[in-house]
Design a protein around this ligand. Sequence first.
Ligand SMILES: [Zn+2]
Length: 222
Amino acid sequence: MVKRLILTGAPGSGKGTWSKILSDTFSLPHISSGDLFRKELADDSPLGQQVRSYVEQGALVPDELTIKLVEKTLAEGPGQNGFILDGFPRTIAQALALDGILAATGVKLDAVIALDVDEAILVERALSRMICRGCGQPYNTSVTRPNQEGVCDRCGGEVVRRSDDTQETLQRRLLLYHEQTKPLADYYRDQGILVKLENNGPPDQTVQQELFQMLESTCSGA
Ligand SMILES: [Zn+2]
């Protein structure tokens, strides 16, 4: 049975989109590391205050803090009942820590989906991304434009280009991905739970069926 999943892939590889599809299909909570940070910041919790000190400096939140946050979230129920993790683990150190957290409660991951997208498509997608300032709904300049130019369909807020989506920051994020996150595929392949999905096109029914079949066979240990 599909219960504990990780989605991994380069920035712009479609992790958010697939998290939503999988979350709806298998009735599992979607846990995104970005959302976790934003929630702690909004709650101004002790962990949130630590996160803020890094975010304000424009620094990456250190592994130790991210791991604590994920551990706390999984302990609230998803660790036992199932989850889709998106944006975590981002490094081998985080993957080792996650294995430890799950092992301590006697459970393990069922599958890790690695989204594989051509670099040229990643660049094109990133540079066309837009976001609503009001509710955070993502849009882009091609397929998912808002009905009215610059106005959010959901909340009427202002839809803008993301300020961090420039060619330069994108190259830096891709480099970080290749150095730190891509090695996760080998780590999980060795555990026999890696599912690779080529995600250069839209997530239509055919691709969804392909992924669900790969997941079923991986999760049943076949
Ligand atoms: Zn909105």
